[in-house]
Design a protein around this ligand. Structure first.
Ligand SMILES: [Fe+2]
Length: 280
């Protein structure tokens, strides 16, 4: 097994691994350590069944099932499908999901730890995913801003994001809303394992900063979001079929990018690993 960094701020490619076969504890520990060291691990050329994908993701922890049940696979509700494809007129996955900067499930009291995304069909162009290091973003802030945001908290809202991203669709049901109430998280969080500080913001899902006048809070949030995704902190992933990308949502944000969805098909399966700590 070999490791090759993907860029200066985050990401590492691991080669010499076949995830369809049981992974011994030593090699899994090396991948787990690489995730802490690099925030994102890429393993290319994998041919996985849905069961093998789920089994690998479960090595990292318990998996979380998405509230949009219509986009889960059968018999593996742990896999959430991102796709523009329809079968018998029914979309098999959520389309235009995550086209904003975010960390997955930040709108839960205990957000998810990581995501394991596997590419089954990819367009020949477009549909890259951008990942940004929130360690690098925090480290690069000037001391005045660090002091200003040290104790600030912000509201993360799934229903707010959903209404903005999917305003043309049926609104969330009462049951879905009940499962995703707004939550408050610190703007600066400390990673529970590495103990490094990172910026915890995001577009659309982060609704407002608590305790500041609305306009001031919005201006600050806009400034932090713009800073957080500066090119210097970003790795752009160009997908190939068979890529497995594992990322740590506690130290990164990411964003999907558009593609020609009339000409091309994209099918991605995501397993999401439950977190164990409230951000602090
Ligand atoms: Fe996402």
């Amino acid at each position: 097994m070999e490791l090759q960094p993907l860029g200066p701020v985050l990401g590492v490619e691991v080669t010499g691994v076949d995830l369809s076969e049981p992974l011994d504890n030593e090699r899994f520990a090396a991948i787990r350590q690489a995730l802490n060291d690099h925030c994102l691990v890429l393993i290319r050329g994998q041919e996985l069944t849905e069961g093998e994908h789920v089994a690998f993701a479960k090595r990292f922890g318990d998996l979380q099932v998405h509230v949009l049940k219509q986009f889960l696979t059968t018999p593996y509700p742990e896999l959430y499908v991102l796709s523009n494809k329809a079968v018998d007129g029914k979309p098999i996955g959520n389309h235009k999901e995550g086209w904003n900067w975010h960390s997955d499930w930040s709108y839960y009291e205990v957000p998810c730890f990581g995501s394991v995304l596997y590419s089954r069909e990819v367009p020949p162009e477009g549909a890259d995913t951008l990942f940004a290091s929130m360690y690098a973003a925090y480290d690069a802030l000037d001391p005045e801003t660090k002091a200003k945001i040290a104790d600030l908290k912000a509201v993360h809202s799934y229903s707010g994001y959903y209404a903005k991203a999917f305003g043309d669709r049926e609104p969330l049901s009462e049951e879905q809303k009940a499962k995703t109430p707004d939550v408050v998280h610190p703007v600066v969080r400390t990673h529970p394992e590495t103990r490094r500080k990172s910026l915890f913001v995001g577009e659309d899902i982060v609704k407002e900063i608590c305790g500041l006048p609305v306009a001031e809070g919005k201006a600050l949030l806009d400034r932090l979001n713009a800073h957080a995704v500066s090119d210097d902190f970003v790795y752009r992933h160009k997908w190939r079929v068979g890529d497995v990308v594992i990322w740590d949502n506690r130290s990164t944000m990411h964003k999907a990018t558009p593609y020609d969805d009339k000409a091309y098909t994209r099918v991605m399966h995501r397993a999401t690993i439950k977190g164990t700590d409230r951000p602090a």
